[in-house]
Ligand binder design. Structure first.
Ligand code: NAP
Length: 287
């Protein structure tokens, strides 16, 4: 697979989003492990997770534990696989998502993630979502502290606006490796963040790149240019969507979620799908 860069680390241009394997509607563990193994077989070397990817209050880190299990049962070397986790979001168990960006919470959360992932240092640790009750500099300041302490190798932020990206670059002394924001054909409002990352050379990881769990199928509407261009290439509209994102900037590394081997294998082939400038322009114009 084509390689792209997060900080100093090369990863396959298409990553795997772990969320569908751990939240509502998740499959059984066997299918999830097969999905992760299929991703590795296809050349995926970036797996995105979070401590908040779980359903019940007593299973925080369900997805991290699952990924650690899949990596250790793969049977081949996985030391080059970058597991990117996040802290600062919580799921109390009633279906809701809450935030806690306090330094105490983030420090404790990273220690728990280290244990679940079974590593000495987390490859990429991302502050999941700004907490309006905590100054951004305090939350991101913890990432700087964790980098200095060697508990995380790279630091990223998520759900950040351009001012927060610039602030994080400052707070981290230029060590901001990635920004993860929602970006898909139906949700383009992160274009300014994508452009800023392109300018600064920071990896941009679009989340819900296909429109989100349960909505990824809508990309194939019959009159949609995504479907028409997919038909012309004889590939899925989802593959066209990911190839379109890759064409936007070399800093873009989509992390499509998957809970079935077939879907992640299909998605990884987007890295080999070359779209013409005219096709990219037609897809851009669908906004
Ligand atoms: N930072 C944040 O706040 C945040 C928020 C949301 C998500 N995320 C991250 O971003 C990742 C991706 O987002 P997402 O999972 O919400 O949504 P998504 O990637 O837009 O869509 C996921 C769904 O797309 C389907 N799919 C994947 N590849 C496909 C293909 N080639 N053809 C047809 N269907 C395909 C999957 O179906 P199957 O399940 O049937 O395989 C899956 O349920 C998450 O997994 C998570 O890691 C981050």
């Amino acid at each position: 697979m084509e390689q792209r860069t997060i900080g100093s680390v090369e990863v396959g241009a298409i990553g795997l989003g772990g969320m569908p394997m751990s939240i509502e509607g998740r499959p059984d563990e066997d299918r999830s492990i097969r999905t992760i193994h299929a991703a590795l077989d296809a050349g995926v070397t970036l797996i995105d997770t979070a401590d908040a990817y779980h359903i019940h209050a007593d299973e925080v880190g369900h997805n991290e534990t699952l990924i650690a299990k899949a990596l250790s049962s793969y049977g081949r070397d996985t030391s080059h696989v970058l597991v990117a986790t996040k802290g600062g979001h919580l799921r109390p168990g009633d279906g809701s998502w809450t935030v806690d960006g306090s330094p105490q919470h983030l420090r404790a959360a990273v220690d728990e993630s280290l244990k679940r992932l079974g590593v000495d240092a987390i490859g990429l640790y991302q502050y999941h979502r700004p907490d309006p009750r905590v100054p951004y500099a305090e939350s991101v300041g913890v990432l700087a502290e964790l980098l200095d302490a060697g508990k995380i190798r790279m630091a990223g932020i998520s759900n950040a606006n351009p001012d927060q990206i610039r602030a994080a670059v400052d707070i981290l002394g230029g060590r901001l490796a990635s920004v993860q924001n929602q970006f898909s054909p139906a949700f383009r409002s992160s274009e300014p963040e994508l452009e800023l990352c392109d300018e600064l050379g920071i990896a941009f990881l679009p989340w819900s790149p296909l429109g989100g769990i349960g909505r990824a199928g809508e990309l194939g509407g019959r009159v949609d240019p995504f479907a028409a261009i997919a038909a012309a290439h004889g590939v899925s509209p989802q593959r066209v969507c990911l190839a379109w994102m890759l064409a936007k900037s070399p800093v873009v590394i989509p992390i499509p979620g998957s809970s079935r081997p077939e879907t992640i294998v299909d998605s990884t082939q987007a890295a080999d799908l070359a779209l013409t400038a005219d096709e990219v322009a037609r897809l851009d114009a669908t906004a």
